[in-house]
Ligand binder design. Structure first.
Ligand code: CO
Length: 135
């Protein structure tokens, strides 16, 4: 079921500063910012060749990133995203295994225009896991 690592996401308090750090200090190619109000974030992506890094800045007070940054004001690793071939089949299998899917359990369209789901970190070794439908 589990496919490739699609990206690792880092929550940041200042997306412009984080973009400059990756672009200027690390010499990375950073995408233009993309606003995802449904997810409460603005994102940029950095393509590292074998995977991507997603930098997340909160939008709005209800953003899930806002509460994360209250605990980690300097930023920090927020989630990892794995690809799956069939997100509905993956969700149903995980629920049958007792894993908790966040939200209403229905996939939302993520930053790449593909359906995504998030799995409860307490069920996955303290790590928030995003699943993205591949292809
Ligand atoms: Co993500």
């Amino acid at each position: 079921m589990l496919g490739r690592l699609n990206h690792v996401a880092i929550a940041v308090p200042d997306l412009a500063a984080a973009t400059a750090l990756y672009r200027d200090t690390l010499g990375a190619k950073v995408s233009a910012p993309q606003s995802l109000p449904e997810h409460g974030v603005t994102v940029v992506f950095i393509d590292t060749g074998n995977t991507k890094i997603e930098l997340l800045e909160p939008v709005g007070e209800k953003s899930p990133i806002a509460s994360f940054l209250e605990k980690s004001p300097a930023g920090g690793m927020h989630h990892i995203c794995y690809e799956v071939d069939d997100i509905i089949a993956a969700r149903d299998r995980l629920k049958a295994e007792g894993a908790r899917v966040l939200g209403d359990g229905e996939p939302k369209i993520g930053a790449h225009g593909k359906p995504v789901l998030f799995l409860h970190p307490k069920d996955f070794l303290g790590t928030l896991v995003e699943l993205e439908q591949a292809g």
